[in-house]
Design a protein. Structure first.
Length: 463
């Protein structure tokens, strides 16, 4: 990354009249996101937290001290800053937050951070009434910002709700709702574009769309922008272990199951399509039974690398794979038995109840492994990794084979993909053979792209 990135994270729990439960956890979760996905070094993250066990009555003083510490390391016009706040907000002409000993406007916060002359600055507010943004005469401050910080690319402000709404935290989610969906959105590699980027505008669009589609959350996020271009927030890495896709299911009958199916296929590439298809059938039955029979009011499905986790707050933990004798079999139990009988050797399942939640964790065994010198691109994520990060070849491989399954490669990515392969072949001085299905409608486009960017020094072959 060309810019060094700093982050200031503030969470206040211990309000005397209306304490909050999760701002300190919000801060920890956002710290993880910034380090894992947003190219912020852990040493460049500054946390300010006030909670019952460790109160901090002087948040503003701590903030000013942090600004001073950052200033010693900061390169004006080159480095960038993220600011995040979780706590109470108060109504006002502009975004105003409660810092215990005083109410602080966004203009005051902005003034201190802007004095560093950041290249980019991004603000996140998970607080009530935060959607006021900069006040009406803000154009003066914004113009001053541009004149006084010519090298800056601008700023983005993302808020949890509109200026007349309250931002909610959730006992089920154990976060502020806005923060939870920020974390989930950045953690899901399916949200990154073909260049492996998740931009600020894309992030807001996704979070805004989710909260509007789930009207029971009763929050409308707010965004204010003054910058040049669309600033990249997060970057897709090569390894998948730190990514996950989380689905909150409020209505089993109306849930967009196809999205979950696509995510399972992407995160579980070592399992057969048939097994994953039937596993999704079980998940649908499980979710419906948990809602109708278990009286669950909250359910989530989390998908990560060869792993599936179902969570609900149903009244009891029930093992559908080992049901008690004499119980009446319906669709859910029948499907579970068939999954166990047909695919029992392909997964392990662990069940536990912790607090008021039931957890069903499926660990999917690898049905097949990649050969040492080959790769099967069975989805867009593999192609994206090659385009963004290049192809890493094992030193023991004299040649390499890539098998492109149908629909893995998008037309707009054809030239980028083959360009990366040509570049890798020339650098490594190794042969790379690409297999494309005969019935793939993009095959002719691949041939044209391959011929136009081919280099006689490269050993790339298309079959």
């Amino acid at each position: 990354m060309p810019d060094r990135r700093f982050a200031i994270l503030i969470g206040i729990c211990d309000y005397p009249n209306d304490p909050l439960d999760y701002p300190s956890k919000d801060v920890l979760d956002m710290r993880h996101i910034f380090v894992e996905h947003c190219s912020v070094e852990d040493n460049d993250i500054y946390k300010i937290v006030s909670e019952r066990k460790s109160p901090n009555p002087s948040i503003w003083s701590s903030f000013i001290n942090v600004i001073g510490s950052i200033r010693k390391e900061f390169s004006p016009g080159s480095d960038s800053i993220f600011f995040y706040f979780s706590g109470h907000g108060v109504p006002g002409e502009s975004t105003t937050v409660d810092w215990l000993s005083e109410k602080v406007t966004i203009e005051r916060i902005f003034s201190e951070i802007n004095d560093l002359s950041p290249r980019n600055q991004v603000y996140f507010f998970d607080s009530c009434y935060s959607g006021a943004g900069m006040w009406d005469e803000k154009e003066k401050s914004q113009l001053a910002f541009h004149y006084n910080s010519i090298t800056s690319h601008g700023y983005n402000i993302l808020c949890a709700c509109s200026k007349d709404q309250k931002a909610k935290e959730s006992r089920h989610l154990q976060n502020g709702k806005f923060t939870k969906f920020l974390v989930d959105t950045v953690s899901n590699k399916g949200n990154y574009d073909a260049n492996g980027l998740l931009t600020i505008n894309r992030l807001f669009h996704l979070v805004d769309g989710f909260l509007k589609a789930n009207t029971d959350f009763q929050q409308t996020p707010f965004q204010q922008i003054k910058n040049v271009g669309d600033y990249p927030l997060a970057f897709l890495g090569v390894e998948n272990s730190n990514y996950f896709s989380r689905h909150t299911i409020t209505s089993p009958m109306e849930h967009p199951w196809q999205e979950l199916v696509s995510n399972i296929a992407a995160y579980c590439p070592h399992s057969s399509a048939r097994f994953l298809r039937d596993l999704v059938r079980y998940v649908r039955e499980h979710v419906r039974n948990a809602s109708e029979k278990g009286e669950a009011t909250f359910q989530q499905v989390e998908i990560s690398n060869q792993r599936l986790l179902l969570m609900d707050n149903g009244k009891t933990l029930f093992d559908p794979f080992n049901p008690p004798e004499g119980i009446r079999f319906g669709g859910g139990l029948t499907t579970a038995m068939e999954i166990r009988n047909y695919y029992g050797s392909l997964f392990n399942v662990t069940l536990k109840r912790q607090g008021e939640y039931n957890y069903y964790e499926f660990e999917l065994k690898k049905e097949f492994e990649e050969e040492p010198c080959s790769l099967t691109a069975n989805g867009i994520f593999k192609v994206m990794e090659i385009i963004t990060m290049g192809l890493k070849l094992d030193e023991s491989c004299k040649e390499y084979t890539i098998k492109l399954e149908a629909s893995a490669l998008a037309l707009s990515d054809v030239y980028k993909f083959f360009g990366r392969l040509v570049e890798t072949s020339m650098k490594e001085k190794k042969k790379i053979t690409v297999h494309i299905p005969q019935d793939d409608i993009l095959k002719k486009h691949c041939i044209v792209a391959f011929e136009s960017i081919g280099d006689p020094r490269a050993q790339v072959y298309l079959v």
